[in-house]
Design a protein around this ligand. Structure first.
Ligand code: ADP
Length: 157
């Protein structure tokens, strides 16, 4: 079985925290699909095109990584892509509680195991990136601050 993981998120914008999780997960999976969510209920700071381009540029030399945009349920997207793993990062207790409810929701709506196997894999944030969130980066950008130590080189506002 080819181990394909979907890493879903807003990536508004991608940060060094996301980047670190993806690089570490490359050791676990044959392929990682970075799935940029387009959720009608969410207002994004950056267009989907920009969010995607920054990630594509970042992983241009990584044959195991694909970048896609998706709408709707993550689980439906995963099934369509024949991915058996969802990748998520954990920074703190707030992430844990949120991820727990997402996990149990996915459990309750996923197809029965013999039809489709899907498991979520959580990686704990690296200590030096544990304070980074897209939200913090957006706030720094809005205040014209220096965000360059928080995002990968490809993010150019
Ligand atoms: P979402 O809108 O789904 O929260 P994000 O783009 O904010 O999307 O995050 C996607 C995933 O990356 C989530 O699992 C989140 O917990 C994780 N993540 C975000 N920042 C970090 C970080 N600094 N370290 C580890 N994981 C992170």
């Amino acid at each position: 079985m080819k181990k394909i993981a979907v890493f879903p998120g807003s990536f508004d914008p991608i940060t060094l925290g996301h980047y670190d999780i993806i690089l570490r997960a490359l050791n676990l999976f044959d392929e990682i699909i970075i799935a940029i969510g387009e959720n009608y209920n969410k207002k994004y700071m950056f267009s989907t095109k920009k969010r995607k381009n920054w990630i594509v540029q970042l992983f241009i030399n990584h044959p195991k990584i694909r970048v896609e945009i998706y709408k709707g349920l993550t689980i439906t997207f995963c099934k369509k892509k024949s991915a058996n793993f969802i990748l998520r990062g954990l920074r703190n207790i707030i992430d844990f509680e949120l991820e727990k409810s997402i996990f149990y929701t996915n459990e309750s709506i996923k197809p029965s195991r013999h039809k489709y196997f899907i498991e979520t894999v959580f990686l704990l944030t690296s200590y030096k990136f544990s304070h980074i969130s897209s939200n913090i980066v957006r706030n720094i950008i809005k205040s014209n601050g220096n965000y360059s130590n928080l995002v990968p080189f490809s993010v150019k506002i």
